[in-house]
Design a protein around this ligand. Structure first.
Ligand SMILES: Cc1cc2nc3c(=O)[nH]c(=O)nc-3n(C[C@H](O)[C@H](O)[C@H](O)COP(=O)(O)OP(=O)(O)OC[C@H]3O[C@@H](n4cnc5c(N)ncnc54)[C@H](O)[C@@H]3O)c2cc1C
Length: 358
């Protein structure tokens, strides 16, 4: 019997679990994989994450992990023409850390603070509370748990949302491939966002002599994009890639009766801007605040409304950037033309980049 059960141990679920456990709530975290595990991600940590990691007393530990410090972003058009924008330096610098390392650190912090964590444990069924004071029954392959509040932190293809009939119908969407490679000689401290006729590629050094490589394209062109990457980086055709789809989907209302959604489970943003981990951590913290308030006796409707409003506000300021990024990456040729124009008007691109990394 738990005060809160969280399904999914990525940055959204693990941060929510850490904040709840830190407030002495009986906190359960269920994670399908056994950590450390990699996941499809560009590994870039937006500087906006730092204050949240500081509140989790994790900032020093994160910055002690092997990482790449990214001092510039290089936009590369289809013809190979590049445009470079400097990134902030010092404490506000963007870094890149492998998700196997980052996610395990946050999960371990939740464990340290008292959360009960079951890895290698997949949610398979849910029974809703049958009264306001009732509990969720949460079923996995071999166990059943009870909890007053449930948090869906299980990513863009959320099982919780599906079992609660909240998951939007899947549209035919783009696909992403991701892998780590030995860092090519002379790559430098740059993050490369490269437009290609088939889609786009993101490349960033993650420390310890490794490069994160992501490819994004429609399902029909992803094989061609992979062939481009094999030739460009000398990757063997038998190399194994991680994959995920969809890249975007309609958002889900984040607050439902005794159920909160956090991170990608609630809203997926365009990966191009490298902000998903920030939204995951920030919404995990907001949800924890709501659950703690509920536990302290605030009315359920009041708490749900406050979480919903705070969640909207979190995304509102930045959604236009995501729409812009999505519009650009859906048409790599338009994005390349934009880069040509931006070469003569670099202030616009500088402004957009600044908005994203601050
Ligand atoms: C190509 C690409 C590049 C990206 N690059 C970046 C980037 O550079 N920087 C950035 O900030 N963001 C980036 N993102 C976005 C970022 O990866 C996500 O926004 C972020 O991982 C969301 O965190 P989350 O905790 O909500 O979900 P996730 O990280 O997806 O975690 C969900 C967890 O739930 C678990 N789970 C799923 N189903 C179940 C179940 N039934 N039972 C138990 N557990 C379950 C999964 O195993 C997983 O560990 C990128 C995304 C893509 C696709």
């Amino acid at each position: 019997m738990f005060d809160v059960a969280i399904v999914g141990g990525g940055p959204a679920g693990a941060s929510c679990a850490a904040f709840c456990a830190g407030a002495r709530l009986r906190t359960l975290l269920l994670e399908r994989e056994v950590f450390p595990r990699e996941k499809v991600c560009g590994d870039c940590l937006n500087p906006a994450c730092r204050p949240i990691l500081e509140r989790l007393q994790l900032a020093e530990r994160v910055w002690s992990l092997p990482h790449g410090v990214l001092d510039r972003v290089e936009f590369m058009g289809i013809g190979g023409r590049t445009l470079t924008v400097a990134l902030p330096v010092g404490d506000g610098a963007e870094i890149a850390v492998k998700r196997s390392l980052l996610d395990q650190l946050i999960m371990n912090r939740a464990r340290e603070l008292g959360a009960t964590i079951h890895e290698g444990t997949t949610l398979t069924a849910l029974t809703r509370p049958n009264s306001v004071a009732g509990n969720w029954t949460i079923t996995t392959a071999d166990r059943t748990f009870e909890s007053r509040t449930l948090v869906a932190a299980d990513g863009r293809n959320s099982t919780v949302a599906r079992l609660c009939n909240l998951l939007p119908k899947g549209a035919r969407e783009r696909v992403a491939l991701q892998t780590h490679l030995p860092l090519p000689d002379g790559f430098g401290n740059r993050v490369v966002l490269q437009f290609l006729p088939e889609g786009y590629s993101g490349q960033a050094p993650v420390g310890d002599g490794e490069l994160n490589l992501c490819l994004v394209s429609g399902p029909r062109k992803i094989a061609a994009l992979r062939h481009w990457a094999e030739a460009r980086f000398g990757i063997s055709p038998g190399h194994s890639w991680r994959t995920i789809t969809p890249l975007t989907r309609a958002p889900i209302a984040p607050a439902n009766p005794s159920l909160l959604l956090v991170g990608d489970a609630a809203r997926v943003v365009e990966p191009f801007t490298g902000e998903g981990i920030y939204y995951a951590l920030a919404s995990g913290e907001l949800a924890a605040g709501a659950i703690i308030a509920r536990h302290q006796g605030r009315a359920e409707t009041e708490v749900a409304a406050a979480y919903s409003a705070a969640h909207d506000a979190l995304y509102r300021g930045r959604l236009w950037i995501n729409s812009l990024a999505r519009a650009a990456v859906l048409s790599p040729r338009v994005a390349s033309t934009f880069l040509e124009v931006a070469r003569f008007q670099p202030a616009l691109l500088r402004l957009l980049t600044k908005r994203i990394v601050q």
